[in-house]
Design a protein around this ligand. Structure first.
Ligand SMILES: C[S@@+](CC[C@H](N)C(=O)[O-])C[C@H]1O[C@@H](n2cnc3c(N)ncnc32)[C@H](O)[C@@H]1O
Length: 322
């Protein structure tokens, strides 16, 4: 995945004499964290796959090397690394910087709604603002109702489904995805969280594998990057499955399907919560007529809309044309 451009942009960060020097002069966790942070900083890697600063990235890589939970305890900073541990940290850091592999894929771990999830390149790295809504129990969106049946459509790692199951301990959750590879990861995470008795992975293209099923809450983070933006994404995104990102020329192919078919899969007071990206501009033009309510997040280019069954039914003709 390393391109000529990457190599020419970073000629000196991992040169042999710099590495030898570091191996001889840096000993403690703190030494190596600082060194890692400065390398990440200089390299200009894209931060946004679950971490937003070089310190967290370096600390997560180092914690993996040392088989530790995330390093937040400063009393550990003076602990010395073995030569083998230092070399392994360097290897991960080099992959992060030169091949632009997101840290979550190097550590095989990401956090979502405060819960740990196994991740690898079969699934998107969890980072949806929907985590916040789950932690608030969708209290505003559901007007205090407690959902008994939930669908996480486009489940990927299963993060939304599992987090919903924690938030609503009586609910049953279907976790649907078109990708058997992604579902295998979701299944693993469901088992890790011991939720097999009420979170069910389902192979489904949109709603096609969910005939006759109805839910009180449908939550979905579908792919929504348009063709133009796909071409411009930072290299880190090339490690993620394209199925998890791209959705037709305008990024709305799957969202359209969801808007057209969700009503049939919602119970009487059921609600759809759906994430969108830059494609939200097109959807926002529907706003005056369709009952989409937008939620604000401080994450550029990401929006979440909420719509209930009655509005979806009322706006069906609009969605058919859209
Ligand atoms: C943006 S990722 C979301 C993953 C996870 N829910 C999250 O928030 O991190 C989108 C997921 O949708 C799945 N997907 C793409 N097209 C689909 C379709 N037509 N039907 C169901 N799932 C689909 C992809 O395989 C991918 O796992």
């Amino acid at each position: 995945m390393t391109s000529d451009t990457d190599e020419s942009r970073l000629p000196s960060l991992f040169e042999a004499d710099l590495i030898d020097d570091a191996l001889q002069t840096l000993h403690t966790i703190q030494d190596w964290l600082r060194w890692g942070v400065s390398r990440l900083h200089q390299s200009g890697v894209f931060l946004g796959h679950g971490t937003d600063n070089p310190w967290d990235e370096a600390a997560s890589l180092l914690a993996t090397v040392l088989y530790l939970p995330p390093i937040t305890d400063e009393t550990l900073f003076s602990a010395r690394l073995t030569l083998e541990e230092r070399r392994e940290f360097l290897r991960l850091l080099q992959q992060r910087i030169e091949q632009r592999v997101p840290a979550a894929y190097l550590t095989n771990q990401a956090y979502f709604a405060g819960l740990p999830f196994y991740v690898d390149e079969r699934v998107l790295v969890p980072r949806s603002p929907i985590a916040e809504l789950i932690q608030q129990g969708f209290s505003e969106q559901l007007a205090g109702r407690v959902p008994e049946r939930i669908l996480d459509l486009c489940t990927g790692s299963g993060c939304i489904a599992v987090a919903c199951a924690y938030q609503f301990p009586e609910a049953e959750v279907d976790a649907a995805d078109i990708s058997p590879d992604a579902l295998a990861v979701a299944e693993f995470n469901i088992a890790e969280h011991q939720l097999q008795h009420r979170v069910f992975p389902i192979l489904s293209d949109g709603f096609s594998g969910l005939a006759g099923q109805q839910y009180d809450l449908i939550v979905t983070n579908p792919p929504y990057v348009d063709a133009e933006d796909m071409a411009d994404l930072p290299d880190e995104f090339r490690h993620e499955p394209e199925l998890g990102l791209a959705s037709g020329h305008d990024g709305l192919a799957l969202t359209r399907q969801i808007l057209r078919h969700a009503a049939a899969h919602l119970t009487e007071h059921g609600v759809l919560v759906c994430e969108v990206g830059n494609s939200m501009v097109a959807l926002q033009q529907l706003l005056p007529e369709a009952g989409l309510r937008w939620l604000e997040f401080n994450q550029g280019g990401i929006g979440v809309f909420v719509v209930d069954k009655a509005e979806l039914v009322r706006c069906q003709p609009l969605f058919e044309e859209f």
